[in-house]
Design a protein around this ligand. Structure first.
Ligand code: PMV
Length: 314
């Protein structure tokens, strides 16, 4: 199984060379392979075909696996994922990483993380236009990642115990490409104002690294809200994102922001573990999918395929 991810700080600004922080989270994609003619089953989507959109990922992973190991896989694949689809939580990367890991394990090749990553990244490339590799890296290695222009640095920090990230799915699907383009267009129109906003975003990430090292959740939360403000000023937010940010903070979150491309997708808040169940219940009553996550520090690993009997193979 492999974890999903959220972006804690720096989305969009990262596209123009500023740093960002991503976090692997405790929502997982479980993938199991077993001898078979190559059928694909998903507990959530039912039977999948290699010809459909999802199939591209499996084709690419199978092909790269064969190129790298010399083994032609002949297996059925079972997927059980609890990561929301199309919400910016790295669901396809987690599936690709978990599949890469289970193929290697099934065929007796040691699932070294570097190899797992390489095979999975080809899967991501097949379904996402020029993926940065962040999702695949977090699904493979877990933890808290500082990244900038294709360089990844795993931070040796932990979120303080008793604190969780509340994730709220707006249910609004958006095109990452469109939002990225419009944000960049505004950036160039704003000229020096844009430069200052992006400098503030950069400084904010450096400050957040310090807050994580010191375990200062108060400033961490505050930085999240400020990050949301900067994203808002660049046009990456929306009424539903702003409404949820306000609701989270009003209900006791230490800070909140959109996470990922914005204008929908997910909104995250930082809350202590006593407060988060109350926040989640209240958001669920308003009709949103909401749950809490904690960081996953391990990344991809083997697990018992307990779900197998529950997956319909029809
Ligand atoms: O919503 P996601 O996880 O696809 O994140 C998009 C993050 C952006 O910074 C907006 C784009 C990018 O490629 O980094």
């Amino acid at each position: 199984m492999a974890p999903g991810k959220i972006i804690l700080f720096g989305e969009h600004f990262v596209v123009a060379g500023k740093p960002a922080i991503g976090l692997a989270v405790s929502k997982y994609a479980v993938v199991c392979v077993d001898q078979g003619p190559g059928n694909l089953y998903s507990s959530r989507l039912g039977r999948l075909s290699f010809e459909q959109e999802h199939g591209k990922l499996f084709n690419a992973v199978f092909r790269t696996f064969e190129q790298m190991t010399g083994i032609k896989p002949s297996v059925d694949v079972f997927i059980d994922s609890e990561i929301p689809i199309g919400a910016g939580m790295g669901s396809s990367a987690a599936v690709a990483v978990a599949l890469s890991h289970s193929l290697l394990t099934y065929y007796g090749v040691k699932p070294e993380k570097e190899l797992v990553w390489k095979i999975a990244h080809e899967g991501e490339r097949a379904v996402h236009f020029r993926p940065s590799g962040v999702d695949t890296t977090l699904a493979t290695y877990g933890g808290i990642l500082y990244y900038r222009q294709g360089e990844f640095r795993r931070l040796n920090v932990q979120l303080p115990r008793d604190y969780e990230i509340v994730v709220v799915n707006t249910g609004v699907q958006r095109s990452t490409g469109t939002v990225v383009k419009e944000v960049l267009d505004r950036y160039s129109r704003l000229q020096r104002i844009g430069v200052y906003i992006y400098l503030a975003a950069e400084e904010l990430v450096e400050r957040a690294v310090g807050a994580l090292r010191e375990g200062d959740v108060k400033i961490l939360g505050e930085l999240m809200t400020v990050n949301h403000g900067l994203l808002w000023s660049m046009g990456a937010s929306s009424v539903v994102c702003d409404t949820i940010v306000h609701a989270l903070v009003e209900m006791g979150a230490l800070g909140a922001k959109l996470s990922g491309a914005g204008r929908g997708g997910i909104v995250i808040g930082l809350a202590d573990s006593n407060t988060s169940p109350l926040i989640i219940r209240s958001l669920e009553e308003k009709g949103f999918e909401a749950f809490s996550v904690t960081p996953d520090y391990e990344g991809v690993r083997e697990t018992q395929p307990k779900y197998l009997s529950e997956v319909s193979t029809n």
